[in-house]
Design a binder for this molecule. Structure first.
Ligand code: PLP
Length: 414
């Protein structure tokens, strides 16, 4: 069933910025009176959510595998086609638990071009992340580079479906099988996506989703591990509830990784609007592609058409030889209240503790090093309208048509 989606009003005050001096880095008013975020939450049907919240309060079943959590897990299985879903309080805990439940240890190969949680989930448990470079076209882990990093201490690989793009699932599965490694996918960006017609959630030993507020389907905070391995699902279920197997009976070490009912209610409500959210994202993507397509030095990250995507990221790649650098374009947009983000700058290997632990990592990650300098995520989601996108693209065009003046002005503003 499709529900109406609550979209926010757009706030362009002076859409028509005709001259350079209209730009906010000069003397103009910001184009948006309120910040326009990259991941402003999508809100589904408020009435449906409110009804569910009332129901939770009436029943006083607030957490511990309540009816909404069970329904949410069922719906995730239906959507992905996977057999088991264990919901979690967030995606990071999901990653930590699946890494532990699979017995990963020693070294695990992971891309550096990802959100820091993917890598922290290993280091947090005393496992050494071994950074692997990415394919410059797909932005996902390069399986050939991964194979070269395998040592006798390697116990697994974590691929990341960055931007919702499947991270070479078959090639990584072959590699994992050949070298007897565990394989997990960080699918935080990839709910509702498919690879060769198969739902994300069915690859590797398990896949981990995030339903953080910034994700296109959110449960305020939340995550899930999805797998076709019943024994693994059972271990995860026990581990995310302190190791309990029944009243007064604890069978193993565990933690508290449970999703509460209120999050599941939000998750279900979001899922009911999934098709609307995807359609809105797709329209936004096409609007950006149409308006930015012809600008020299700029390229939108594209997806092959044969599979399904959720289109929740609009990633602009700015050639270092473009008239303005990525950072100059970002500074210009920030002055206009357009909070474009340099995801995932500067790369996990350049963040602590990894920067100090692996000071030589940059030399082995040339594609990652190049990408973190050229990508810029643009605002999208249901809070962003077609006219917002028209304004953003006008700003970029105006700045790129006057690069020397913009550069000089940005330098003098610092
Ligand atoms: C690629 C990636 N992995 C993991 C996470 C962590 O998920 P969570 O915030 O639900 O813990 C995120 C985002 O938040 C992410 O973007």
């Amino acid at each position: 069933m499709l529900h109406s989606v609550q979209s926010s009003p757009s706030y362009p005050d002076n859409m028509q910025k005709k001259s350079l001096h209209d730009l906010a880095v000069f003397t103009g008013k910001p184009a948006f009176s309120e910040p326009l975020h990259v991941g402003r939450p999508n809100i589904g049907n408020r009435a449906a959510l409110t009804r569910r919240m009332e129901d939770i309060l009436d029943s006083r079943w607030l957490t511990n595998n309540g009816p909404y959590v069970q329904e949410f897990e069922r719906r995730i299985c239906e959507l992905t086609g996977a057999a088991h879903c264990v919901s979690m309080c967030n995606g990071t805990v999901g990653l930590e638990l699946v890494i532990r439940a699979l017995g990963m240890s020693g070294e695990v190969i992971v891309p550096s071009f990802t959100f820091i949680a993917t890598v922290h989930a290993l280091q947090w448990q005393g496992i050494q992340p071994v950074f692997c470079d990415v394919d410059p076209l797909t932005h996902t882990i390069d399986p050939a580079a991964a194979e070269k990093l395998i040592t006798p201490r390697t116990s697994g690989i974590i691929g990341v479906h960055l931007w919702g793009r499947p991270a070479a699932p078959e090639r990584l599965a072959d590699l994992a099988q050949k070298h007897k490694l565990k394989l997990v996918f960080d699918a935080a960006h990839a709910l509702g996506c498919t690879h060769q017609g198969i739902g994300i959630g069915n690859f590797g030993d398990a896949e981990v989703f995030s339903f953080h507020a910034t994700k296109f389907i959110n449960s305020f905070e939340g995550g899930a591990v999805v797998t076709n391995d019943a024994a693994l699902a059972g271990r995860l279920r026990m581990m995310h509830n302190f190791g309990f197997t029944g009243y007064d009976c604890v069978e193993s070490i565990g933690t508290n990784g449970k999703m509460p009912e209120i999050s599941a209610a939000m998750g279900i409500t979001s899922l009911e609007s999934l098709e609307n959210f995807v359609a809105h994202n797709r329209r936004n993507f096409d609007a950006y592609a149409h308006r930015l397509g012809g600008l020299p030095g700029l390229r939108l990250y594209r997806f092959p058409e044969e599979d399904r995507y959720n289109w929740q990221y609009v990633t602009l790649e700015i050639d270092p030889a473009a008239a303005l650098t990525r950072d100059e374009i970002m500074q210009m947009l920030h002055a206009e209240n357009v909070l474009a983000r340099r995801y995932f700058y500067p790369g996990c290997h350049r963040m602590e503790p990894y920067r100090s632990l692996y000071p030589n990592a940059p030399s082995s990650l040339p594609h990652t090093e190049a990408l973190v300098q050229r990508v810029l995520s643009l605002p999208t989601g249901t809070a962003v309208s077609d006219s917002d996108i028209a304004s953003i693209c006008e700003l970029v065009t105006l700045a790129l048509n006057n690069p020397d003046a913009v550069r000089k002005r940005l330098a003098s503003n610092q």
